[in-house]
Design a protein around this ligand. Structure first.
Ligand code: FAD
Length: 477
């Protein structure tokens, strides 16, 4: 009998899981309840697509391994996305001050484009790389099988071949050797597992009450070369964390996302947008957009909780089922990790399939555990910051957290004046290096002795960028 895999969700985790599976089965059917657009456009199942997204180098490398030939990166850049080194190409006010931009090292490249472009590009690249993957418009409604082995999914389609449970929707059963749940933060997989008799999955939620507010602007003429700029929150200030990120994206647009934790939330009112940006720890983002032409209204998102499902520790886990991406965990989006964790999880699936083959006993459990290591790294970083914001729910700092935070706080300050220390921190925040790396004796010493250079009094801009900024400050007569 031909081997079949079913993937639920055709977004980042789903399409990359499909790419991984295509090498091991005869057919991969990706179920997606959205009508997928041919162009990079917002869609219902990807509401976060309107907000600023950065793809970390760890995610990019994982994608390269799953869809070889640099296909995704090449297509993204050809479509107008940009690549900027974290240590040189971004203007960043960190919690401890402005990071210097290295003139010599263009390390940790970030891919920057709209989430809708990334979504469309990943999907197209996977479909172009294999004939074994096909997307079917349908909504998964449950699992087939037992607590020992999942053998497929239940799904609904309507008369037009669309998804949902509207009148006329028929329920179907689809057999599969492996099912991947990549249906995102709204996954129903816990309920589906409960129907099979698996309950008591441990969960954690840490919620800083963060609200995102995003607006698109036309890039002002002459400002095309202005780099991405961000003003981060200082979690240790004792005040709600407010931040802003301006990303130049395809189509000569600036995508600006502002964010505030509980008590410091941005509103959806267009009148409040620029004042909020001007009121951040530094007014840079506000100054850039104050005279720019808005292209959209303000879109809000409250889907920002850190939420983790510990599938990997469940007492029972069926053969034939893997969950990846946001279906396992979500993080405060400010740290830009979700897509990369999804890609790294799919890479774990691919490596385990290559190593043991799809029929190997315990495969699903091993993939779940391997993917959990990446989840754990992102989770620790995100929660480690969020726990300090006033009014956070779900976690308060322990003594160990306080000691660690004192050390990393000092290290962040040293990083503003030391390329070596800042590069080491970037390695960890981009999920390329283990956090233990920060305890290397050379870094301990640098952290104890530093900072080596005085703090910068303002954003590290080149003379050309300074001219652009002051040009924007002066309204055209
Ligand atoms: C405001 C905001 C900003 C963010 N910024 C960043 C960032 O800068 N960098 C970053 O890496 N990440 C960021 N993220 C996180 C990122 O968007 C997610 O981590 C990523 O999209 C997860 O991919 P996924 O494939 O797991 O899930 P999703 O992208 O949520 O996709 C799930 C898919 O499953 C489909 N689906 C759902 N249920 C069913 C069903 N029953 N049957 C069939 N199909 C179904 C949906 O339609 C959708 O297509 C941000 C998130 C938010 C909210």
């Amino acid at each position: 009998m031909p081997r079949t895999a079913v993937v639920i969700g055709a977004s980042m985790a789903g399409m990359l899981a499909a790419a991984a599976l295509a090498r091991s089965v005869d057919e991969v059917i990706v179920l997606e309840r959205d009508d997928l657009p041919d162009e990079p456009r917002p869609r219902r199942g990807l509401p976060q697509g309107r907000h600023a997204h950065i793809l970390l180098p760890s995610g990019r490398d994982a994608i390269d391994e799953l869809v070889p030939g640099g296909e995704v990166r090449g297509r993204l850049l050809a479509a107008g996305a940009r690549e900027r080194g974290l240590t040189s190409g971004l203007v960043t006010l960190g919690p401890q001050g402005w990071y210097r931009r290295s003139r010599h090292h263009d390390a940790y490249p970030l891919l920057i484009g709209s989430r809708d472009l990334i979504d469309r590009t990943v999907r197209d690249s996977v479909l172009a790389s294999t004939t074994r993957v096909r997307i079917r418009r349908a909504s998964a409604t449950g699992l087939l099988g037992t607590a020992e082995r999942v053998t497929g999914v239940r799904l609904t389609t309507d008369a037009e071949g669309g998804a949902g449970s509207s009148a006329g929707a028929a329920e179907e059963r689809l057999r599969a050797d492996l099912v991947v749940d990549a249906s995102g933060r709204g996954t129903r997989v816990e309920h589906w597992l409960a129907d099979l008799g698996i309950t008591g999955i441990r969960k954690d939620v840490v919620d800083s009450g963060l609200v995102y507010a995003t607006r698109l602007y036309r890039t002002p003429v002459g400002a095309e070369n202005f780099p991405p700029a961000q003003v981060t929150a200082d979690p240790k200030s004792g005040r709600p964390g407010r931040s802003g990120l301006l990303l130049p994206i395809e189509g000569d647009r600036w995508l600006v996302s502002l964010a505030g934790t509980r008590g410091g939330e941005p509103t959806g009112s267009p009148e409040d947008f620029v004042p909020f940006a001007l009121g951040l720890r530094h007014p840079l983002v506000g100054r850039l957009i104050a005279g720019a032409e808005p292209l959209t209204e303000v879109t809000l998102s409250r889907s920002t909780r850190n939420k983790r499902r510990y599938f990997e520790t469940s007492e029972r886990w069926p053969e034939g089922l893997v969950a990846l991406g946001d279906a396992v965990a979500t993080y405060n989006p400010v740290y830009g990790q979700g897509m990369s964790v999804a890609a790294l999880g799919a890479r774990e699936l691919s490596r385990e399939l290559d190593r043991a083959g799809i029929g190997a006993p315990g495969l699903a459990r091993r993939v779940q555990r391997a993917a959990a290591k990446v989840v754990h790294a992102a989770w620790t970083m995100s929660v480690g910051q969020d726990q300090w914001f006033p009014g956070v729910r779900g976690k308060s700092p322990t003594l160990a957290d306080r000691l660690l935070s004192a050390y990393t706080g000092r290290m962040s300050r040293v990083a503003t004046g030391s390329y070596r220390v800042s590069a080491a921190m970037c390695g960890v925040t981009t999920l390329q290096a283990d956090a233990l790396h920060l305890l290397h004796p050379a870094l301990l010493l640098s952290t104890a002795l530093g900072p080596f250079l005085p703090p910068l009094s303002g954003p590290p801009l080149t003379p050309e960028e300074r001219n652009i900024l002051s040009g924007l400050d002066t309204p055209a007569s």
